[in-house]
Write a protein that binds this ligand. Structure first.
Ligand code: URA
Length: 236
């Protein structure tokens, strides 16, 4: 992941390897621009995707990228793996080496995986504080009933982390299938929750993360760039 935010004068001093005090005259002479606009204020804070030009030299010009991928079972939600194909192996795009995964899925879970090079976006989506809803469809071995709905809504105690899970909305869709909405992402959370009932998960699929949804137009193994509206970019 890239850094982040910096004061304009410090950024220029570091990049051009000049003393901080030499930056002021450049700014005063209107020689520094941020996204095409001359900036005189040295205290301005810039982000990793702002285009910075100083005295005609481009110091920073990165493009933020956002992708959705329909992960098949058997593909690892990582950028490198010695044994399995990774989600990155499914992406054919010049920016692929700069990407990281936003919220992993287990090897045998299918569905929506988001990838980006924008750490602020991924942190905002995955932060427990944001409580972004993640929607899953599950198939289990044994019949489900209202006890599951009640227990999931109340929360289950996880000894390893010493926490009670946040309320999970569980909607039964057939005898052995259901839809769940999680607002957190503990390790193997769904499998462990059904495990409490000694009811193994046979299939798990993630269909949505917050406002981003998989639809039928993205087949298993396919990816597509996402256009993220500015107001979803969380104060970049
Ligand atoms: N919960 C799980 O158990 N596995 C996943 O991949 C996602 C949520």
């Amino acid at each position: 992941m890239h850094s982040k935010r910096a004061r304009l004068d410090r950024f220029i001093a570091r990049h051009c390897q000049i003393p901080l005090k030499s930056v002021k005259p450049l700014l005063a002479r209107g020689l520094v621009s941020v996204n095409g606009v001359a900036v005189a204020d040295s205290q301005v804070v810039i982000g990793e995707f702002d285009r910075i030009v100083s005295d005609g030299v481009v110091l920073q010009d990165r493009t933020p990228w956002y992708f959705m991928l329909h992960k098949p079972v058997g593909v690892v939600s990582a950028t490198r793996d010695s044994q399995h194909r990774t989600v990155l192996d499914l992406i054919n795009h010049p920016a692929k080496e700069s990407l990281h995964v936003v919220g992993r899925l287990d090897l045998n879970t299918s569905g929506l995986v988001l990838l980006t090079n924008d750490g602020r976006w991924s942190r905002a989506l995955m932060s427990p504080v944001s409580k972004v809803p993640k929607r899953y469809q599950v198939r289990v071995r044994d019949p489900l009933d209202e006890r599951y709905v009640k227990a999931f809504a109340e929360g289950l105690y996880f000894e390893t982390e010493n926490i009670v899970t946040a309320p999970v909305g569980l909607t039964l869709t057939s005898a052995t299938t259901a839809e769940l909405v999680l607002t957190e992402g503990k390790y193997h959370q769904i499998k462990r929750m059904f495990g409490r009932f000694r009811n193994p998960v046979l299939a798990l699929h993630r269909s949505a993360v917050g406002p981003y949804r998989l639809d039928d137009s993205l087949a298993s193994g396919e990816f597509r760039p996402l256009v993220v509206p500015r107001d979803r970019l969380h104060d970049r």
